[in-house]
Design a protein around this ligand. Structure first.
Ligand code: IMP
Length: 195
């Protein structure tokens, strides 16, 4: 049964690297680019679950190949859960630095810096949808630190650590991250179902 082809409904190279590293050679991951899929799938949902489902269902309908999509983002307590589903375009642009600076300026010197990253994966196998969620709690730093990763990594410090996600190696981040946790659940499910 292995290796098995799975389409990851994304073109975000950082995410693909993170996920491929966790999957090893058990699954061959194909991105939308690699599948020659060029259309934009509009993420019109109000929750991570809805957006992940919109993407995976669209791709499954198109290719009829097992696939998964993730939707993820940063939720800051003092900002009532923002940027949430708008994480990728919080400032109106897709520029990571501008979005990160907007979170820092909205938060100002607020004492409540609690936040979490959340990731929801919608997996479709043989036409059936399965959802997996991963959450990592932490705090928002006052200033950026580190150069690794992407998005809000330089300002997010996971609980129990004194460094940000952007100061960690990809391997270390994967063991803690929201996406890492969600992927781990999905991989367990996939292996369990087929072994
Ligand atoms: P998505 O691609 O629609 O899931 O949007 C996710 C957005 O949330 C990204 O563009 C980032 O801004 C943010 N995000 C999600 N996961 C991470 C992460 O692991 N580190 C930093 N930012 C993240």
């Amino acid at each position: 049964m292995f290796p098995k082809t799975l389409i990851f409904a994304t073109n975000n190279k950082h995410k693909v690297q993170e996920v491929q590293a966790m999957l090893g050679d058990t699954f061959i991951l194909k991105t939308l680019d690699e599948m020659g899929f060029k259309d934009d799938i509009e993420e019109t949902g109000g929750t991570f679950e809805e957006n992940a489902s919109i993407k995976s269902r669209h791709i499954y309908k198109y290719f009829k190949i097992d696939c998964f999509a993730d939707d993820s983002g940063l939720e800051v307590d003092a900002l009532n859960g923002e940027p949430g589903v708008y994480s990728a375009r919080y400032s109106g642009t897709r520029d990571d630095e501008t979005n990160l600076q907007l979170v820092l300026s909205k938060l100002g010197d607020s004492d409540n810096r609690q936040a979490n990253f959340r990731s929801v994966i919608s997996l479709i196998v043989n036409g059936e949808e399965h959802l997996f969620e991963g959450v990592v709690n932490g705090t928002i730093r006052h200033e950026k630190a580190g150069a690794a990763g992407f998005g809000y990594d330089p300002i997010f410090q996971p609980d129990g650590y004194a460094i940000t996600f952007a100061e960690m190696s990809p391997e270390q981040k994967n063991t803690l991250s929201h996406r890492g946790k969600a992927i781990e659940k999905m991989v367990k499910f996939l292996k369990g179902e087929r072994l």
